[in-house]
Each structure stands twice: as C-alpha cells, then as structure tokens.
Ligand binder design. Structure first.
Ligand SMILES: CC(C)(COP(=O)(O)OP(=O)(O)OC[C@H]1O[C@@H](n2cnc3c(N)ncnc32)[C@H](O)[C@@H]1OP(=O)(O)O)[C@@H](O)C(=O)NCCC(=O)NCCS
Ligand SMILES: [Zn+2]
Length: 192
C-alpha cells in the first residue's frame, strides 16, 4: 500500500491492499478502490466511484460520482469521467458456462481500453471494451462508444459517431480556430 501522506481518503471509502494513491488526490465518500489500482497525483475520485483491480488512473484525473472503471482500463493524464459512466470489460458477457457451471478466471476475455490525456467522457456514457479514446477527445452525454475515437473528436450518440472537432478547452473548432483560444495546438488535426 502506498498512499501519499498528502492524499485524502474519506473514512467511508474502501481502499483495498496494494493500492497506490498520489499526492493531493482525494477519494470521496463510499468510493471503492480495488487491489493494485494506481491513482496518480491531484485526482478527484467522487462519491460511490468503483475502481477495479489493476486499473491505472493518471495524474490530474477527475472521476465523477458513481462511475465504474473496470479491470482493463487505463486513464492517462487529466482525463474527465462524468457521473455514472460505465466502462465495460467483457464484450460477450455470460453469468455461467453453457451448462450453468461457474465461470473461472480463464472463461472470459478482458478487453483493454485506453483513454488518452485530456479526454472527457460525458455523463452516463458506456464505453464498450477494447476502444481507444484519443487525447482531448470529448464524448457527449449518454453516448455508447463502440469504436476508437480520434484525438480532439467530439463523438455523440449510440453508437457514438464523430460530430465535430473540439479544442483543448472543450469548445468546438470552426475554420481551424477555437472561438476562445484562437490558434489550435500543433497536434490538432485541423492545425494549419
Ligand atoms: C455534445 C455536447 C458537448 C454538445 O455538443 P454541440 O455540438 O455543441 O451540441 P449542440 O447543442 O450544438 O447540438 C447539436 C445536435 O446534437 C444533439 N446533441 C447534443 N448533445 C447530444 C448528446 N450528448 N447526445 C446526442 N445528441 C446530442 C442536439 O440535440 C442537437 O441536435 P439537433 O441538431 O437535432 O437539434 C453536449 O451536449 C454534451 O453532451 N456534453 C457533455 C455534458 C456532460 O456529460 N457533462 C458531464 C459533467 S455534468
Ligand atoms: Zn479553445
């Protein structure tokens, strides 16, 4: 267990063994952090959030109330996860084997999902196992993400589709400019 002395863990949170939590992170009421999860510095883990075993959460992430981050998920730096977001990790789930026998560890395949730096996932979205969400992408509220999302893409709907390009600040980009920031960052697909 390595919980930085400058991290805050609310008394009602359940933090299992061998968890790492970085400096100035806050783990709020009723959150559950499973074994060997790693949470970076300056993160906010909201009320009732579930972080599964071996999940990696980078620095400066914000995970809102009741989001579920299951095994196989990696969040890079500065990722926003809205309230009630669910990451799935089993593409074809079953409770039992065909003969109703108990499933063992080898009976299901974990899909690996990555959310890259600065990306944001709107409230109540579902992220199907195995996708890659690009840096600074934005997922609209209630989306079902079934395919990779390009960096700086705003994807909405079920299934989530590219709808517009966004800036790092979250505003839409028109004519290769952000209405708030002006010029785009040089890694933006519309940078000229
Ligand atoms: C997607 C979003 C960023 C707005 O995008 P936008 O392109 O500026 O949206 P607009 O208001 O211009 O709407 C464009 C169209 O998309 C629709 N739309 C907007 N958000 C949508 C969503 N999440 N899912 C599906 N359709 C959506 C609008 O109804 C509109 O449709 P219409 O043209 O038929 O009227 C915003 O609606 C959203 O979902 N933000 C996430 C909020 C959130 O979850 N925050 C979490 C913390 S509380
Ligand atoms: Zn901007």
């Amino acid at each position: 267990m390595s919980i930085d002395e400058k991290a805050f863990v609310h008394d009602s949170a359940l933090v299992e063994s061998a968890v790492t939590i970085g400096a100035d992170s806050k783990i709020w009421h009723d959150a559950h952090v499973r074994t060997r999860a790693t949470i970076g510095a300056r993160c906010v883990i909201g009320k009732g959030v579930f972080i599964d075993f071996d999940v990696v959460v980078g620095d400066d992430c914000k995970i809102q109330n009741y989001a579920c981050v299951y095994h196989g998920v990696t969040l890079a730096r500065g990722v926003f996860v809205g309230p009630h977001v669910v990451f799935t990790n089993d593409l074809r789930p079953r409770a039992t084997n065909p003969d109703f026998g108990l499933l063992g560890d080898g009976d299901w395949e974990v899909g690996l999902t990555t959310v890259n730096s600065g990306a944001a996932i709107g409230a109540n979205s579902t992220i199907v196992a195995g996708v890659n969400i690009g840096a600074w992408a934005m997922i609209g509220a209630g989306a079902v993400v079934t395919r990779d999302v390009a960096p700086y893409s705003l994807a909405i709907g079920n299934p989530a589709r590219h709808h517009a390009w966004v800036c790092r600040c979250g505003r839409k980009v028109e004519d290769a400019r952000c209405e708030r920031c002006g010029d785009l960052p040089s890694d933006h697909p519309l940078y000229q």
